[in-house]
Design a protein around this ligand. Structure first.
Ligand code: ZN
Length: 159
């Protein structure tokens, strides 16, 4: 089920999300709805606060399949990349944001099993962007400058 995406200006986006304690049907329905909502909006990532749920849950798909992350934490970063970034909660706008080029994240899966995932390039950007949402941080807080339509950038993350 596609849920309504909360937009910049809504206080929910500025709150700290709580860790998931139970890995039950309620979580699985949230994950399903978050994936539906992300794909419907043509995004590459979505965090639970963006659908009004203050829980540490993220979905990402940069084109290599759906990644579900529960209680994710960045445990290692490497390098640096600068590029265009957007957000489904900030429609129609993009900014130039510097992020690590490679990140490793530790998280739990939908059944509570711990795993780690490493992403480079766009995937690293998406991981950083979505995990920031869980702490009430938006890309607009970190951007160097706004990117306008006539400036072409080759990389984009709508999360
Ligand atoms: Zn976002």
């Amino acid at each position: 089920m596609v849920r309504k995406i909360v937009k910049l200006g809504d206080e929910t986006l500025r709150k700290i999300s709580k860790p998931m304690q139970k890995f039950d049907l309620r979580l699985w329905l949230l994950l399903r709805d978050m994936a539906d909502t992300m794909y419907n909006a043509d995004g590459v990532g979505l965090a639970a606060p963006q659908v009004g749920i203050l829980r540490r849950v993220v979905v990402i798909d940069v084109g290599d399949g759906l990644l579900e992350l529960v209680n994710p934490e960045i445990i290692e970063t490497e390098g640096e990349q600068g590029g265009a970034e957007g957000c489904l909660s900030v429609p129609g706008r993009r900014g130039f944001v510097v992020r690590p080029n490679k990140v490793t994240v530790r998280a739990r899966d939908r059944k509570g099993k711990e795993f780690t995932v490493t992403g480079e390039g766009l995937k690293a950007r998406a991981l950083c962007h979505e995990i920031d949402h869980l702490d009430g941080v938006m890309y607009v807080d970190k951007m160097d400058h706004e990117i306008f339509e006539d400036e072409e950038e080759d990389e984009e993350d709508k999360g």
